[in-house]
Design a protein. Sequence first.
Lengths: 208, 208
Amino acid sequence: MTTLPGKTVERLSEYRRTLLECLRENRNFIYSHDLAARLHITAVQVRRDLMLIGYSSLHRKGYDVKDLVDAISRIIDSDEGMNVAIIGIGNLGRALAGYFKGKRSKLNLVASFDNDPQKINKVISGVKCYPYDDLEKTIQELRIDIAILTVPPDFARRIAEETVLFGIKGILNFTTVPLNVPAGIYLEEYDMITSIEKVAYFVKENRL
Amino acid sequence: MTTLPGKTVERLSEYRRTLLECLRENRNFIYSHDLAARLHITAVQVRRDLMLIGYSSLHRKGYDVKDLVDAISRIIDSDEGMNVAIIGIGNLGRALAGYFKGKRSKLNLVASFDNDPQKINKVISGVKCYPYDDLEKTIQELRIDIAILTVPPDFARRIAEETVLFGIKGILNFTTVPLNVPAGIYLEEYDMITSIEKVAYFVKENRL
DNA sequence: TAGATTGTTAATCGATTAACAATC
DNA sequence: TAGATTGTTAATCGATTAACAATC
């Protein structure tokens, strides 16, 4: 299987979550157009994505929800699991930590980092907080693969460089500072300010 | 001017922030390739975006930073400003509120909403928190245009419908629940879980 | 069967990039 | 001028959607 388009990966994640909801509702089969409707996309989109992962249903009575969840998981999860750290455990960091709580998944939140003495060595949102000075040691000991970056802007570049140096393979950057990473390191950036300004622009345009 | 592509609007927001940083560094002119480099995009991309907003420099010595900031602001800001409310003032809500603090911009955070009696009628992250029951009254009195939705999943659909009913024109949805809005209401959704799973997928693929 | 659904190719749409003339 | 830069059209790339044959 060749690497999938990013957009398809995003939708697979959404399909899985929606399908797990179906299971909780005791719905064991679902048509492509039902799944699509729940996500406000088209049925063709759904079927094409599933084609890309080589999945096909056995009959014309919709997809077996449990089976499809497993198929998607085989594609997007890694067997051994991934260890994640949140760097900068302020409001945003804690919000993100909350998403991991109670979820048994292949993504394990194993540490947080901060430079606030009030936080260091405490358990915050279910995970121990380490000082920035321990980045090297902790990333290696806990085999951390992914860093979620929620530090203040002034720290972003330095901390990002260090995590890469110490062995991180992927960064999810929530700071407003654009980062540069070497080839082979995956970087995903999300800018909340930009999202808000985008909404404001289109609200204004709709009004005109 | 016809409505701009969403991607261009996002970049305009980033250009402006980058340009404001330039001003703080006392850099008054900037070449398209310098601006591009700071954002890790191409110079052509920058020039094409500026073409779309009808901006052009006076000479070949780069763009006048101050002038370009003003030009972008004329495009993406609205004259009267926009009033924003954060609905659900948990960790994520407070993180978002923090971005507004001290910024003088056309986006005014004017209220937050929650159902926690501990929070109601208190000032949190610089803004007063109202109960959900006051959505109608407060949206109308404070002329709130945009809702940032950071409520728990079970509340998402109901609250979103209410905000629309009471006059909201744009929603930025941070919950994991896909929303449906009537025509004329602008909806932007961002799913943090999906982002993390996407990073995990590409880290895994890079390793293979 | 007739109707509904799936899987897949081809066409379309939208966004990025390449190419290049114009300018300083 | 020569070199660098801008503004813009045309080409390319990637993602979505339309069309449709195959299946139950």
